[in-house]
Design a protein around this ligand. Structure first.
Ligand code: GDP
Ligand code: IMO
Ligand code: MG
Length: 425
């Protein structure tokens, strides 16, 4: 097996970064294919904690090629800060990072317009300019990485876009407008610093696969935040599902061998939007504390809830997972009874499939099955046999319900706090 796609199976923050970091050991390339610095992937190596936003989590290993694919929306200022932070921690970036020529750039006007639109209609975004940048991409007005090397092209694009955005800022939002010359100078400055990373990423990735190299595709966000298959409009603006790896990297579906769904042993969500299994009492607060469930990008408290098999069945279907990684099992240690949502009650009927209408999802009540918890600590366990029986039963229940094998179980933040039942690579 030479290619593996890593996908968040819920609403993001499932622990993708940790799993990608672990699997990178066996890989040659790690590719990000969608999203931007809305992502926050935390990786703990030894005593050091790293939070990756744009750079693939594989960068923490020596001599692994890390690629930011065309499907990503890249904020140059965010990237430069990330490069600086990692460099200060002794991570080598220069010979290992490549950025697709046709990756779209987040511009200051994307952030400015999102700031205003969030006041009118709150999605609870990360305010990183993600939605407005993808809007420009689809409207064919976007500024791409390669445009940084052509000042006239860059200038004309900025001018044309500002004509519209400044009109909106001034007349619709009564907000300050932005200056073309300032933005141009700022981005030409970024060009100087970033040009060494620009590459024909699609060619690089395909050559690597064709020559038998192992390539890992690192998803950001999660399936229920997918622009098409998530809880629209409370979603992010990209295709977070496995298919996004093909469009966002320029790779044929025929070249994807394995797709691993990362499933947190419970559920979390940041931002607005329906969340049927949300726990609103003190247990939710307790799980948030134990799990350190605060946004890695914005610091916002994450909403916590029980595992939701209805959402996960949908996730299995649209991604075609070949295996699962269950993370944060240790956070459930000591909880006497564990609830798992097996269906949604809507009016007088029980829904087994995740509804597409947001107004229906908002009115669904979870139907729970209760499983016995375990008293013992699972923290740091590396051997499946050492897990408490009830933890094994919990995992088996997930596996049987979703009909996908669990290949990896994570039992702590650190790189080696993991059980590998079957390696996907
Ligand atoms: P990502 O966005 O999917 O990469 O996930 P985040 O990094 O935003 O959030 C996951 C958090 O859980 C991070 O702080 C990880 O260090 C942590 N984490 C990952 N796996 C485990 C685990 O098995 N147990 C515990 N206790 N923490 C974990
Ligand atoms: P990782 O990769 C969790 C959520 C935001 C908001 C919605 C839209 O760390 O799992 P956006 O800024 O993308 O337009 O916000 O999506 N969101 C995330 N939630 N983890 C993430 O990334 C997220 N990235 C965006 O909170 O609800
Ligand atoms: Mg995260």
């Amino acid at each position: 097996m030479s290619t593996v796609v890593i996908i968040g199976a819920q609403w993001g923050d499932e622990g993708k970064g940790k799993i990608v970091d672990f699997l990178t050991e066996k890989c040659d390339y790690v590719v990000r294919f969608q999203g931007g610095c809305n992502a926050g992937h935390t990786v703990v190596v030894g005593e050091e904690k790293y939070i990756l936003h744009l750079i693939p989590s594989g960068i923490l290993h020596k001599n692994k090629k890390c690629i930011i694919g065309n499907g990503v929306v890249l904020d140059p200022s965010g990237l430069l800060k990330e490069i600086e932070t990692l460099t200060q921690k002794g991570i080598e970036i220069d010979n290992n990072l490549y950025i697709a020529k046709h990756c779209h750039l987040i511009m200051p006007y994307h952030i400015a317009i999102e700031e205003q639109s969030e006041k009118k209609k709150k999605i609870g975004t990360t305010k990183k300019g993600i939605g407005p940048c993808y809007t420009d991409k689809i409207a064919r007005n976007g500024v791409r990485m390669i445009d940084l090397l052509y000042p006239d092209v860059l200038k004309n694009k900025i001018r044309a876009n500002l004509e519209i955005i400044n009109f909106l800022l001034k007349n619709l939002y009564n907000a300050e407008t932005l200056d073309e010359a300032n933005i141009l100078t700022q981005y030409l400055n970024y060009a100087e610093k970033l040009k060494k990373y620009i590459a024909d990423a699609d060619i690089l990735i395909n050559k690597a696969i064709d020559s038998g190299k192992k390539v890992l595709f690192e998803g950001a966000q999660g399936t229920l935040l997918d622009i098409d298959h998530g809880t629209y409009p409370y979603v992010t603006s990209s295709n977070t599902i496995a298919g996004g790896a093909c469009t966002g990297a320029g790779v044929s579906p025929r070249k994807i061998d394995n797709i691993i769904g990362i499933v947190k042993a419970y559920t979390t969500r940041v931002g607005e939007g329906p969340f049927p299994t949300e726990i609103k009492d003190s247990l939710g607060e307790e799980i948030r504390k134990r799990g350190g469930e605060y946004g890695a990008t914005t610091g916002r408290p994450r909403r916590c809830g029980w595992l939701d098999l209805v959402g996960l069945r949908h996730s299995v279907r649209v991604n075609g997972f070949t295996g699962l990684a269950i993370t944060k099992l240790d956070i459930l240690d000591g909880i006497e009874k564990l609830k798992v949502c097996v269906g949604y009650k809507y009016g007088n009927s029980i829904l087994e499939d995740f509804p597409k209408e947001i107004q229906i999802l908002e009115d669904c009540m979870p139907v729970y099955e209760e499983l016995q918890g375990w008293k013992e600590s699972t923290a740091g366990i590396k051997n499946y046999e050492k897990l408490p029986d009830n933890a094994k039963k919990y995992l088996k229940f997930i596996e049987d319900s979703l009909k996908v094998k669990i290949q990896i179980i994570s039992t702590g933040q650190k790189r080696d706090e993991i059980i590998i039942k079957e390696s996907p690579l």
